[in-house]
Design a protein around this ligand. Structure first.
Ligand code: ATR
Length: 273
Protein backbone atom coordinates (compact mmCIF):
# COMPACT_ATOMS: atom_id res chain seq x y z
CA UNK A 1 0.00 0.00 0.00
CA UNK A 2 1.22 3.50 -0.80
CA UNK A 3 2.34 5.29 2.38
CA UNK A 4 1.17 8.83 2.93
CA UNK A 5 3.21 11.79 4.23
CA UNK A 6 2.70 15.55 4.19
CA UNK A 7 4.06 18.90 5.26
CA UNK A 8 1.75 21.12 7.28
CA UNK A 9 2.08 24.90 7.62
CA UNK A 10 0.20 28.15 7.08
CA UNK A 11 0.80 29.59 4.58
CA UNK A 12 2.09 26.53 2.73
CA UNK A 13 2.02 27.54 -0.94
CA UNK A 14 5.75 28.27 -1.05
CA UNK A 15 6.86 24.87 0.31
CA UNK A 16 9.51 22.86 -1.54
CA UNK A 17 9.04 19.77 0.65
CA UNK A 18 6.70 17.83 -1.73
CA UNK A 19 9.19 18.36 -4.57
CA UNK A 20 12.16 17.29 -2.43
CA UNK A 21 10.48 14.20 -0.97
CA UNK A 22 9.04 13.31 -4.37
CA UNK A 23 12.55 13.32 -5.84
CA UNK A 24 13.87 11.27 -2.90
CA UNK A 25 11.03 8.72 -3.26
CA UNK A 26 11.65 8.37 -6.99
CA UNK A 27 15.40 7.98 -6.55
CA UNK A 28 15.05 5.35 -3.79
CA UNK A 29 11.96 3.67 -5.29
CA UNK A 30 9.78 4.13 -2.23
CA UNK A 31 6.05 3.55 -2.57
CA UNK A 32 4.83 6.77 -0.98
CA UNK A 33 3.07 10.05 -1.68
CA UNK A 34 3.90 13.37 -0.05
CA UNK A 35 1.53 16.33 -0.18
CA UNK A 36 1.08 19.69 1.54
CA UNK A 37 -1.63 20.68 4.01
CA UNK A 38 -2.65 24.21 4.90
CA UNK A 39 -3.19 23.81 8.64
CA UNK A 40 -5.80 25.87 10.44
CA UNK A 41 -4.44 28.30 13.02
CA UNK A 42 -5.31 27.05 16.51
CA UNK A 43 -6.47 23.67 15.15
CA UNK A 44 -3.17 21.83 14.76
CA UNK A 45 -4.14 18.88 16.98
CA UNK A 46 -7.38 18.32 15.01
CA UNK A 47 -5.62 18.64 11.63
CA UNK A 48 -2.91 16.21 12.72
CA UNK A 49 -5.53 13.75 14.04
CA UNK A 50 -7.47 13.90 10.75
CA UNK A 51 -4.29 13.15 8.80
CA UNK A 52 -3.49 10.18 11.07
CA UNK A 53 -7.02 8.82 10.78
CA UNK A 54 -6.70 8.98 7.00
CA UNK A 55 -3.61 6.75 7.24
CA UNK A 56 -0.82 9.35 7.41
CA UNK A 57 2.53 7.87 8.49
CA UNK A 58 4.49 11.05 9.14
CA UNK A 59 4.53 14.81 8.77
CA UNK A 60 6.91 17.66 8.37
CA UNK A 61 5.87 20.68 10.36
CA UNK A 62 6.64 24.25 9.44
CA UNK A 63 5.66 27.72 10.66
CA UNK A 64 3.60 28.48 12.65
CA UNK A 65 2.99 24.96 14.01
CA UNK A 66 6.41 23.87 15.33
CA UNK A 67 5.43 24.55 18.93
CA UNK A 68 1.96 22.97 18.53
CA UNK A 69 3.62 19.83 17.18
CA UNK A 70 5.92 19.81 20.21
CA UNK A 71 2.89 19.99 22.50
CA UNK A 72 1.01 17.20 20.65
CA UNK A 73 3.88 14.70 20.68
CA UNK A 74 3.92 11.70 23.00
CA UNK A 75 7.73 11.33 22.67
CA UNK A 76 10.36 13.98 21.89
CA UNK A 77 13.99 13.49 20.89
CA UNK A 78 16.68 15.40 22.86
CA UNK A 79 17.17 17.64 19.81
CA UNK A 80 13.46 18.48 19.72
CA UNK A 81 13.55 19.14 23.46
CA UNK A 82 16.53 21.49 23.20
CA UNK A 83 14.95 23.31 20.25
CA UNK A 84 11.57 23.44 22.02
CA UNK A 85 10.15 22.91 18.55
CA UNK A 86 9.42 20.06 16.17
CA UNK A 87 9.84 19.82 12.41
CA UNK A 88 9.10 16.13 11.84
CA UNK A 89 6.59 13.67 13.29
CA UNK A 90 6.29 9.91 12.94
CA UNK A 91 3.02 8.12 13.73
CA UNK A 92 3.30 4.60 15.11
CA UNK A 93 0.06 3.23 16.57
CA UNK A 94 -0.80 5.55 19.45
CA UNK A 95 2.67 7.06 19.49
CA UNK A 96 3.41 10.50 18.06
CA UNK A 97 7.20 10.69 17.91
CA UNK A 98 8.73 14.13 17.47
CA UNK A 99 12.07 15.17 16.01
CA UNK A 100 13.82 18.34 14.97
CA UNK A 101 16.19 17.87 12.03
CA UNK A 102 16.81 21.54 11.21
CA UNK A 103 20.04 21.81 13.18
CA UNK A 104 21.40 18.43 12.16
CA UNK A 105 20.56 19.22 8.51
CA UNK A 106 22.39 22.53 8.78
CA UNK A 107 25.42 20.91 10.39
CA UNK A 108 25.52 18.18 7.76
CA UNK A 109 25.35 20.74 4.96
CA UNK A 110 28.26 22.71 6.42
CA UNK A 111 30.49 19.76 7.25
CA UNK A 112 29.70 17.39 4.33
CA UNK A 113 28.53 19.52 1.41
CA UNK A 114 30.55 22.67 2.02
CA UNK A 115 33.53 20.75 3.42
CA UNK A 116 33.84 23.02 6.45
CA UNK A 117 34.54 21.06 9.65
CA UNK A 118 33.29 22.88 12.74
CA UNK A 119 35.66 21.05 15.06
CA UNK A 120 38.11 23.49 16.64
CA UNK A 121 36.51 26.48 14.91
CA UNK A 122 35.32 29.77 16.38
CA UNK A 123 31.62 29.84 15.56
CA UNK A 124 29.30 32.84 15.78
CA UNK A 125 25.52 32.39 15.77
CA UNK A 126 23.37 35.46 15.11
CA UNK A 127 19.90 35.18 16.64
CA UNK A 128 18.33 33.35 19.57
CA UNK A 129 14.92 32.37 18.15
CA UNK A 130 13.67 28.96 17.04
CA UNK A 131 16.20 28.55 14.22
CA UNK A 132 19.15 29.27 16.52
CA UNK A 133 17.83 26.98 19.26
CA UNK A 134 17.59 24.08 16.83
CA UNK A 135 21.21 24.50 15.76
CA UNK A 136 22.79 24.58 19.21
CA UNK A 137 23.14 20.90 20.11
CA UNK A 138 24.20 19.72 16.63
CA UNK A 139 26.84 22.49 16.54
CA UNK A 140 28.21 21.61 19.96
CA UNK A 141 28.37 17.92 19.01
CA UNK A 142 30.95 18.97 16.40
CA UNK A 143 33.22 20.28 19.19
CA UNK A 144 33.91 23.83 18.04
CA UNK A 145 36.62 25.78 19.92
CA UNK A 146 33.90 28.24 20.90
CA UNK A 147 30.29 29.01 20.08
CA UNK A 148 29.16 32.57 20.68
CA UNK A 149 25.48 33.48 20.48
CA UNK A 150 24.57 37.09 19.88
CA UNK A 151 21.10 38.58 19.78
CA UNK A 152 19.40 41.97 19.64
CA UNK A 153 17.60 40.99 22.84
CA UNK A 154 20.62 39.90 24.86
CA UNK A 155 18.62 38.12 27.59
CA UNK A 156 17.46 35.50 25.09
CA UNK A 157 21.02 34.74 23.97
CA UNK A 158 22.14 34.49 27.60
CA UNK A 159 19.29 32.13 28.47
CA UNK A 160 20.13 29.89 25.50
CA UNK A 161 23.84 29.82 26.34
CA UNK A 162 22.99 28.86 29.93
CA UNK A 163 20.70 26.04 28.77
CA UNK A 164 23.34 24.60 26.46
CA UNK A 165 26.33 25.17 28.75
CA UNK A 166 26.56 21.52 29.80
CA UNK A 167 27.09 20.49 26.17
CA UNK A 168 30.12 22.58 25.25
CA UNK A 169 31.95 25.93 25.21
CA UNK A 170 29.02 28.25 24.56
CA UNK A 171 28.63 31.87 25.62
CA UNK A 172 26.50 34.90 24.81
CA UNK A 173 27.38 38.50 24.05
CA UNK A 174 25.79 41.67 22.67
CA UNK A 175 26.36 42.69 19.05
CA UNK A 176 28.39 45.68 20.26
CA UNK A 177 30.76 43.37 22.15
CA UNK A 178 31.73 41.63 18.90
CA UNK A 179 33.99 44.53 17.96
CA UNK A 180 37.56 43.20 17.96
CA UNK A 181 36.49 39.53 17.81
CA UNK A 182 36.87 37.23 14.79
CA UNK A 183 35.15 33.98 13.83
CA UNK A 184 35.79 31.20 11.31
CA UNK A 185 32.10 30.48 10.65
CA UNK A 186 29.25 32.97 11.04
CA UNK A 187 25.63 31.79 10.82
CA UNK A 188 22.76 34.19 10.35
CA UNK A 189 19.89 32.47 12.19
CA UNK A 190 17.89 35.69 12.64
CA UNK A 191 14.74 36.32 10.66
CA UNK A 192 16.14 39.70 9.52
CA UNK A 193 16.71 38.51 5.93
CA UNK A 194 13.02 37.77 5.48
CA UNK A 195 12.50 41.55 5.65
CA UNK A 196 15.75 42.42 3.85
CA UNK A 197 17.20 43.75 7.13
CA UNK A 198 20.78 43.53 8.32
CA UNK A 199 21.54 42.34 11.87
CA UNK A 200 23.93 44.85 13.50
CA UNK A 201 26.99 42.62 13.13
CA UNK A 202 30.38 44.34 12.65
CA UNK A 203 31.92 43.63 9.21
CA UNK A 204 35.24 42.80 10.89
CA UNK A 205 33.94 39.61 12.60
CA UNK A 206 34.88 37.44 9.61
CA UNK A 207 38.31 35.83 10.07
CA UNK A 208 40.44 35.23 6.95
CA UNK A 209 38.97 32.24 5.06
CA UNK A 210 35.67 32.45 6.97
CA UNK A 211 32.37 30.92 5.88
CA UNK A 212 29.26 33.12 6.01
CA UNK A 213 26.07 31.05 6.13
CA UNK A 214 22.57 32.46 5.75
CA UNK A 215 19.92 30.06 7.07
CA UNK A 216 17.20 31.61 4.88
CA UNK A 217 16.81 29.98 1.48
CA UNK A 218 16.33 31.43 -1.99
CA UNK A 219 16.67 35.10 -1.05
CA UNK A 220 19.79 35.63 -3.15
CA UNK A 221 22.48 37.87 -1.71
CA UNK A 222 20.82 38.96 1.53
CA UNK A 223 22.09 42.04 3.43
CA UNK A 224 24.07 39.67 5.69
CA UNK A 225 25.71 37.85 2.76
CA UNK A 226 26.39 41.18 1.04
CA UNK A 227 28.10 42.48 4.18
CA UNK A 228 30.25 39.34 4.28
CA UNK A 229 31.09 39.65 0.58
CA UNK A 230 32.07 43.29 1.00
CA UNK A 231 34.23 42.27 3.95
CA UNK A 232 36.15 39.95 1.60
CA UNK A 233 34.50 36.62 2.50
CA UNK A 234 34.62 34.25 -0.47
CA UNK A 235 32.68 31.33 1.05
CA UNK A 236 29.03 32.36 1.04
CA UNK A 237 26.10 29.95 1.43
CA UNK A 238 22.37 30.13 1.88
CA UNK A 239 20.04 27.55 3.46
CA UNK A 240 19.29 25.42 0.40
CA UNK A 241 21.58 22.63 1.60
CA UNK A 242 20.08 22.82 5.08
CA UNK A 243 16.59 22.52 3.62
CA UNK A 244 17.44 19.44 1.60
CA UNK A 245 19.56 17.81 4.33
CA UNK A 246 16.85 18.15 7.00
CA UNK A 247 14.43 16.58 4.52
CA UNK A 248 16.86 13.71 3.93
CA UNK A 249 17.13 13.13 7.70
CA UNK A 250 13.34 12.90 7.99
CA UNK A 251 13.13 10.66 4.93
CA UNK A 252 15.74 8.27 6.36
CA UNK A 253 13.97 8.29 9.74
CA UNK A 254 10.63 7.41 8.13
CA UNK A 255 11.75 5.04 5.39
CA UNK A 256 15.04 3.57 6.61
CA UNK A 257 16.75 4.62 3.36
CA UNK A 258 19.06 7.61 3.03
CA UNK A 259 18.59 9.43 -0.27
CA UNK A 260 21.37 11.24 -2.10
CA UNK A 261 21.06 14.97 -1.54
CA UNK A 262 23.53 16.40 -4.08
CA UNK A 263 21.28 16.27 -7.18
CA UNK A 264 18.33 17.74 -5.25
CA UNK A 265 20.41 20.60 -3.82
CA UNK A 266 21.67 21.32 -7.32
CA UNK A 267 18.14 21.43 -8.66
CA UNK A 268 16.89 23.84 -5.97
CA UNK A 269 19.88 26.16 -5.81
CA UNK A 270 19.11 29.79 -6.59
CA UNK A 271 22.24 31.78 -7.51
CA UNK A 272 23.53 34.19 -4.86
CA UNK A 273 23.28 37.45 -6.80
P1 ATR B 1 12.84 31.86 13.89
O1 ATR B 1 11.91 30.74 14.25
O2 ATR B 1 12.97 32.11 12.41
O3 ATR B 1 14.16 31.77 14.56
P2 ATR B 1 11.97 33.78 15.85
O4 ATR B 1 11.91 32.68 16.86
O5 ATR B 1 10.86 34.77 15.78
O6 ATR B 1 12.09 33.19 14.39
O7 ATR B 1 13.36 34.54 16.07
C1 ATR B 1 13.77 35.58 15.25
C2 ATR B 1 15.20 35.95 15.61
O8 ATR B 1 15.68 36.93 14.67
C3 ATR B 1 15.37 36.58 16.98
O9 ATR B 1 16.62 36.21 17.49
C4 ATR B 1 15.31 38.08 16.66
O10 ATR B 1 15.95 38.90 17.61
P3 ATR B 1 15.13 39.37 18.95
O11 ATR B 1 15.08 38.17 19.84
O12 ATR B 1 15.94 40.45 19.51
O13 ATR B 1 13.79 39.79 18.47
C5 ATR B 1 16.11 38.09 15.38
N1 ATR B 1 15.88 39.26 14.52
C6 ATR B 1 14.80 39.52 13.75
N2 ATR B 1 14.96 40.66 13.05
C7 ATR B 1 16.20 41.13 13.36
C8 ATR B 1 16.98 42.27 12.95
N3 ATR B 1 16.52 43.15 12.07
N4 ATR B 1 18.21 42.40 13.49
C9 ATR B 1 18.70 41.52 14.38
N5 ATR B 1 18.02 40.42 14.80
C10 ATR B 1 16.79 40.24 14.30
Amino acid sequence: MTDVYAVIGNPIGHTKSPLIHGLFAEATQQDMVYSSIEGRIGQFAADMAAFRTAGGRGMNVTAPFKLDAFACATERSPRAQMAGAVNALKFDGDRVIAENFDGVGLTRDVTHNLGCALQGKRVLLLGAGGAARGALLPFLEQQPASLVITNRTLDKAEALAKEAAAHGPVSACAYAELVGQQFDVVFNATSASLRAELPPVPAAVFAPGALAYELAYGKGLTPFLRLAQQAGVSQLADGVGMLVEQAAEAFAWWRGVRPQTGPVIERLTVPLV
